[in-house]
Design a protein around this ligand. Structure first.
Ligand code: HEC
Length: 444
């Protein structure tokens, strides 16, 4: 085990000795390495550039000088080193120029050559003519041309694809931007507004026509024959907003108001109204109204009656009183005294009127006799001023209304006689009895 350790120590020692000898030989026998000639040396490259004179031209150049040493050579973009710092025949681009001095120390600089802007100072002018579309159509167009720049123009509409022609067709109303591009890519643009043309502005379509009225009330054999003028011609016609047709004749029409519209080839329209009138079914017809009247009985609910007998027209008739609704019955009942306007209307709507007067029936003789009895025996205590027991016998209808009380008091003496001084003679009382037995009405 001891022997093993000793052997390894020997080996390590030998390796160090060999390394030491090698180091002394390589360093030229000294203890320090030789100085780096570029240490502390900065090689700088500066220069001027000349840009290419035209886009794509390779006549630009870079001319450089270097500092930080002497005996420089120069390389562009890692190429071969050359003595001159001038690099001609260059196109636009970025270049790295490296300078190397006599000691091999290097430095570099970056240079950029740019093409001139072909559009600087260039103005492309776009002009053009427009054709406006007709309203609702896409038949407008723009024909554009361009000037300025290098020529060789192409054109684009609203940022679309460039095309050789400056003509753009099938355009609807609207605002359009036409861009022109010359051979150098320089652009100019202009805006064109297309306005829809109303073909009917200032156009008047006049519709005239003749009518044939229906031959009978309710018949639909009338017609309208319309024609139109003005506008572009090529008219079509419709009736009351219906479908347009080539003919201006509309048949099978009944009485009424009709509107005929004519439309020309441009869609411009004009209208006219026509009235078809059926013959008057009442022409020459006189509806007669004769009224039979039953007069009213006073002092009770109105009971006048008018019974109408029409004539002169076509039945069935209906009847109206004082402008009220027409009714089927020819009798009007429960009428108070008055003068009434009675109308009769026949099946064709023909009417006639006549007045009917309902009067009150006259008083009857039995009533008149009773009134005389009361005037003579009772009114002194039963009048407008004194109305004993609430009774006023100067009003005829009071006599009728309270006849039962009159009989009770003045005929029967029940509960006590009237007049209070004693019952009237039997002949007077009999007049009351006779009237009541006859019905006790004003007319009895
Ligand atoms: C002198 C006055 C006087 C005379 C005349 C007279 N009355 Fe009267 N009458 C009265 C007085 C008072 C009353 C109320 C007291 C009563 O009902 O008895 C009355 C009440 C009545 C009443 C209402 C009471 C009921 O029973 O309905 C009737 C009806 C009436 N008299 C009928 C007659 C008649 C009919 C005559 C004539 C034939 C008549 N009177 C004459 C004084 C009079």
């Amino acid at each position: 085990m001891r022997k093993s350790i000793s052997t390894r120590s020997f080996f390590i020692t030998t390796v160090f000795v060999i390394l030491f000898i090698y180091a002394c030989t390589k360093g030229g026998g000294g203890n320090n390495p030789p100085p780096n000639p570029c240490s502390g040396v900065t090689v700088s490259v500066s220069g001027t550039t000349t840009n290419p004179s035209a886009p794509g031209a390779a006549n630009g150049s870079i001319s450089v000088t270097a500092s930080g040493g002497s005996g420089f050579t120069f390389s562009i973009n890692g190429g071969a080193f050359q003595a001159s710092g001038n690099f001609p025949n260059l196109g636009a681009g970025s270049y790295t120029i490296t300078a190397k001095n006599g000691n091999g120390c290097t430095g570099s600089g970056s240079f950029t050559l740019t093409d001139p802007n072909p559009c600087a100072g260039v103005t492309i002018t776009v002009t053009g003519t427009t054709v406006n579309p007709t309203m609702g159509s896409s038949n407008g167009s723009i024909t554009a041309s361009a000037s300025g720049g290098a020529g060789g123009f192409t054109f684009s509409l609203n940022g679309g694809t460039f095309q050789a022609s400056g003509a753009f067709n099938n355009l609807a109303a609207g605002s359009y931007t036409v861009t022109a591009k010359d051979a150098n890519g320089c652009i100019g643009s202009n805006t064109f507004n297309l306005v829809a043309i109303n073909p009917c502005a200032g156009v008047t379509i006049t519709v005239t026509g003749t009518t044939v009225n229906p031959t009978a009330p309710g018949a639909t054999n009338g017609s309208i024959t319309a024609s139109a003028s003005g506008g572009a011609g090529g008219f079509t016609f419709n009736l009351n907003g219906g479908t347009f047709q080539a003919s201006g004749t509309f048949s099978n029409l009944g009485a009424g108001n009709y509107t005929v519209t004519a439309r020309d080839a441009n869609g411009c329209t004009g209208t006219n109204s026509f009235t078809l009138t059926a013959p008057n079914p009442c022409a020459g017809i006189t509806i007669t109204v004769s009224n039979a009247v039953t007069n009213n009985t006073p002092c009770q609910a109105a009971n006048g009656i008018i019974t109408v007998t029409p004539g002169g027209g076509t039945g069935p008739y209906t009847f109206s009183l004082n402008g009220g609704g027409f009714q089927v019955s020819n009798t009007f009942s429960n009428l108070a005294p008055s003068t009434y306007s009675v109308a009769a209307k026949d099946a064709n709507g023909c009417t006639g009127t006549n007045n009917a007067t309902i009067n009150n029936l006259p008083e009857g003789p039995l009533f008149a006799a009773v009134r005389t009895v009361l005037q003579n025996n009772c009114v002194s205590c039963h009048n407008n001023t004194i109305s004993e027991g609430g009774m006023n016998w100067t009003v005829d209808c009071n006599i009728v209304q309270f006849k039962d009380r009159i009989k009770a008091r003045a005929v029967d003496g029940n509960p006590s006689p009237m007049p209070p001084s004693g019952l009237m003679p039997a002949s007077e009382r009999q007049k009351i009895t006779d009237w009541i037995n006859a019905g006790g009405r004003f007319t009895d």
